[in-house]
Write a protein that binds this ligand. Structure first.
Ligand code: ADP
Ligand code: MG
Length: 255
């Protein structure tokens, strides 16, 4: 684990070179086949996802749009290995995830996926830096290394000067930047953001989407963003529209 961490900055640079600043997409990172998620039983049965088929390439930046209750968060939970589908196959980096046990799933999640939420989910009594160090506490990374990586993550979101501030001393946009730094501190290949600009004014939202764009182009992270805002979605190269748990249509933009 430690070896991996030490090499992280190097691998970020190598990745950026390989990706040619986002111009070259890699192989399929995510493949969903017949993904169905059923909540409840009998009369109360809800098909939150109903036969979803799609693939997402390494290095893509896409958005997911759809009305409230259409299954966006359920899809993000499946993609993030937080929840298993009831039916269907989900391969992540060539690994079939639906047959893995919870421990193995958690391992993949910790290694490959960073999450960003609408409400930032920062711990109120901890400083920005401590919030970012938190995911590393469970990974046996020594204190000094945690500190160094967290500071570096803050730099990557342009917030080095707020390291010692607690969340309520930061604006919404700044809190979300701390949350993004926390999501990317261990260099996940995929970042999943569920309505990351939902609580922000349009100017702060624009700043946040610009950070995601930069992470995608410079560092090659695969980024998936759920949004209601077509201006935010316009920053991505593909929009998947969901309706009633199904993919309704896709829009692809040449960028
Ligand atoms: P969205 O994020 O697009 O608003 P969700 O994925 O949260 O939609 O929900 C999709 C559908 O699944 C909704 O009808 C919702 O009520 C239902 N649902 C979501 N989570 C659960 C759950 N844990 N138990 C039962 N029903 C759920
Ligand atoms: Mg939702």
């Amino acid at each position: 684990m430690l070896t991996r961490t030490k090499n992280q900055e190097d691998s970020v640079e190598i990745l950026a070179v390989q990706k040619g600043k986002g111009s070259l997409l890699g192989s399929e990172m995510i493949e969903l086949n017949g993904i169905t998620k059923i909540y409840g039983k009998g009369d109360a049965e809800v098909y939150a996802l109903d036969d979803v088929n799609c693939s997402i390439k390494e290095g893509e930046m896409i958005s997911i749009m759809g009305p409230s209750g259409s299954g966006k968060s359920t899809l993000m939970n499946v993609l993030g290995c937080l929840d298993k589908p009831s039916i269907g196959s989900y391969t992540l980096g060539g690994v079939e995830t639906t047959t893995l046990n919870d421990d193995k799933l958690a391992e993949i999640r910790n290694e490959k996926i960073g999450f960003v939420f609408q409400n930032y989910n920062l711990l109120p009594r901890m400083t920005a830096l401590e919030n970012i160090e938190l995911p590393m506490l469970y990974n046996n990374i020594p204190r000094s290394e945690r500190h160094r990586l967290a500071l570096h993550a803050l730099e990557r979101v342009g917030l080095s000067d707020r390291a010692q501030h607690v969340p309520n001393e930061l604006s919404g946009g700044q809190q979300q930047r701390v949350a993004i730094a926390r999501a990317l501190v261990l260099n996940p290949s995929i970042i999943l953001a569920d309505e990351p600009t939902g609580n922000l004014d349009s100017k702060s939202g624009e700043e946040i989407i610009n950070i995601f764009e930069e992470l995608n182009k410079k560092e090659g992270h695969t980024i998936i963003i759920v949004t209601h805002d077509s201006e935010i979605a316009a920053h991505t190269s593909r929009i998947i529209h969901i309706k009633d748990g199904k993919i309704d249509r896709e829009e692809v933009f040449s960028k």
